[in-house]
Design a protein around this ligand. Sequence first.
Ligand SMILES: *Cc1c(COP(=O)(O)O)cnc(C)c1O
Length: 470
Amino acid sequence: MPDKFDRAPHPLRALPAIQKLLEAPEAAPLFAVASPAAVTATLRLVLARLRTKSHQTPAALPTIAAIVMEAAGLLDAQKTMILRRTINATGIILHTNLGRAPLGEDAQKAAIAVMQGYANLEYDLHTGQRGSRTQGIEPVLCRLLGAEAAVAVNNNAAAMLLALSAHAAGGEVLVSRGELVEIGGGFRIPDIIRQGGARLVEVGTTNKTRLADYRSAITPDTRVLLKVHQSNFRMVGFTAAAAAAELAELAHEFGLLLIEDLGSGTLVDLRPFGRSHEPTVGDSLAAGADLVAFSGDKLLGGPQSGLLVGRAVAVDPLRGHPLMRALRLDKITLAALEATLRQYLDPSRATAAIPVLRMLVQDAAVLRQRAEQLGRMIGVGDDAIVTRVVDSDGYAGGGSLPGETIPSVAVTIGIAGMSGETVAETLRAGAPAVICRVHHGAALCDMLTVADEELPELAACLRQVARAAS
Ligand SMILES: *Cc1c(COP(=O)(O)O)cnc(C)c1O
């Protein structure tokens, strides 16, 4: 179709025709790596880009070889998935940017089983009638926690939005000034309350909030007392907070609900494993909270999800709420979640079967062995890499166990002619991608978050980086 560019002769009008490119000997190698259709489409894309570019800046006419090279690069990039498996060598167990909890074996198998075909997602196998989507997780959660009822949605932010929309819309929510937190990724308690259609009423001060502060703030419009776990920071010094048990008593005296956003919400007490105390979901329910919200992919160790457990009067109104339809989970997540929860039915097995718990309770001696093993694997047939085993600090991450470091062991990676930053950048580009830490200018692989089974692959990735340097 003629346009204004046809009138002005331009060097890029002399770009080779697609047919000429396809027949050029330079293009032959492309057909070895991709189908004729893909090669044609990619060459067309390169030509189209060149034409667009030429409108902005007059460019020199590229050679056929240059066009083919660009197409080869595009075809290569298309072969590697952008979202891909990643080796987490950061030492941060619940790394939100790296997908938080890796799933245990049972959860993986359960997810694969339902994704390969159909599943009784909303079908009751006893009655042959329509069933509840959360039929698999609800009885397990109730049994584990002694709760009356449970539902699950997409994540904990969704759980809070649903809970506040269903119970506080048009009314007031009382929150301590010390708990008006931002979790990260834009989740702020005041925003979620507003989004739920409720009014935030701040009580107490940043460092001290007493039960009397809540009591004096209650009005006929109050619907909910909200308690929020401070997750990613810790207050020390001259502080005070009302206990969940007294808040529950106060809420019930006025016919209100106590909702607790527990964040991580572990099901097991971590103290026997040498970690500091993280409030458990059971603690909150025992204290009298009507509804407890927590993430499925933090310390619980399951897939991304948000769980709501508590009294039937608080949970049941959530089931038919219009937001539930928008926030509901899919069958793959529900299967992985049910399998993860089932591990907790046998507490003696849970820590071994759930990767997050397994990582949290690792022994320093095991981490050191892993580091030495990696060093040996890299060392074999390669002196381009110098490794050193060093002590390191790991973290639970994901707002869990704030301020607490987990003693760990790492391997520093020295590659001649490469800065630590360059090593890290090259590792990121691989498949699997490897994410390490850079500490005092050196790349460092922390063993807290690397599984034994990943060591050969990690060693291979590191050797590949060294080859790229030489
Ligand atoms: C992590 C966290 C959230 C958000 O949970 P997601 O599952 O990431 O949506 C909300 N509240 C608290 C206290 C948290 O720690």
